[in-house]
Design a protein around this ligand. Structure first.
Ligand SMILES: Nc1nc2c(ncn2[C@@H]2O[C@H](COP(=O)(O)OP(=O)(O)OP(=O)(O)O)[C@@H](O)[C@H]2O)c(=O)[nH]1
Length: 264
């Protein structure tokens, strides 16, 4: 420990030995030296601690970075997972309301739409028409050419029906070879003209020429037609009753030789 030379000299001076203040000066000097030693020791400890802290800091920083990267990865995975769940839910919802073969809205979808229209009708008296459309002699197509070709015919006819209807109409697969067309905001006469036009388009499908379809031979089909029963929703009835009337009209169309529309 470096001593203070000036004070050392005074303390060693024999002339001052008898000075009554000398013991106090000596004690103070010793205490000061001791404090100095303590201070230096503390500084050394603090230096070492600083080094240690720095090392720990960089280790902590590295661990923190690692954790952060892991968290970001987990967040990305969770994002993707959530997006997949949303996509899957949308798909599930879509498939719950659409027909797998034709991709048209299914019976459940149509019934929901009918419920909505029925409710709207109670408030605003906005009329809507229904057309039950049934492909003629479809069993014979299956029997003669096979179920696979029958499926393709259903798909092609469904496309033509959808294309012929307006965007606001619902063209649904009601079941088997039967379709329900829901036509809101249109007088029955105009709706009938629309279905007549669609029937004409279905008849005109060029089965003989250029239909795509794996190894299926569409040239065996001559002409596909449908029969339709149409009606309009009336006050004080449920849509079930409207459908029943459309079904009766469809029966009449079949009885009349098919390939035509009847109104009830
Ligand atoms: N390929 C195929 N056939 C179906 C499907 N759904 C129902 N069918 C068939 O459609 C046929 C309907 O036959 P029917 O109810 O006798 O009616 P149709 O032969 O069209 O006779 P009409 O309606 O009186 O003109 C049945 O043979 C069913 O098996 C389907 O998804 N794919």
């Amino acid at each position: 420990m470096p001593q203070d030379p000036e004070i050392e000299r005074i303390l060693q001076d024999p002339k001052l030995n008898d000075n009554p203040l000398m013991p106090v000066v000596k004690r103070l000097y010793d205490e000061t030296q001791e404090h100095k030693r303590q201070l230096q020791k503390l500084m050394r400890i603090s230096d070492a601690f600083d080094g240690l802290t720095f090392q720990e800091n960089s280790e902590l920083r590295e661990q923190f970075g690692k954790q952060l990267r892991r968290l970001q990865k987990i967040a990305r995975i969770s994002d993707m997972y959530q997006k997949n769940m949303v996509d899957m839910n949308e798909q599930l919802e879509y498939h719950a309301q659409h027909d797998l073969l034709t991709d048209l809205p299914n019976r459940r979808f149509a019934i929901n739409r009918l419920k909505e229209l029925e409710a709207i009708y109670q408030r605003k008296q906005t009329p809507f028409c229904l057309a039950l459309i049934d492909i003629d002699h479809f069993k014979a197509i299956n029997d003669k050419f096979g179920h696979e070709l029958g499926d393709m015919v259903l798909k092609v006819v469904a496309k033509v029906l959808k294309k012929g209807a307006r965007k606001t109409d619902v063209c649904s697969r009601w079941g088997g070879e039967e379709f329900l067309l829901i036509v809101p905001d249109l007088a029955l006469e105009s709706a009938e003209q629309m279905v007549e036009r669609i029937l004409h388009e279905v008849r005109a499908i060029p089965w003989q020429t250029h239909l795509p379809g794996n190894n299926l031979d569409f040239t065996v089909i001559n002409e596909i037609t449908f029969s339709a029963g149409m009606t309009v929703f009336q006050t004080n009835e449920s849509f079930d009753e409207t459908i029943k009337r459309a079904d009766d009209a469809l029966y009449q169309a079949k009885q009349a030789g098919r390939n035509c529309i009847r109104i009830a």
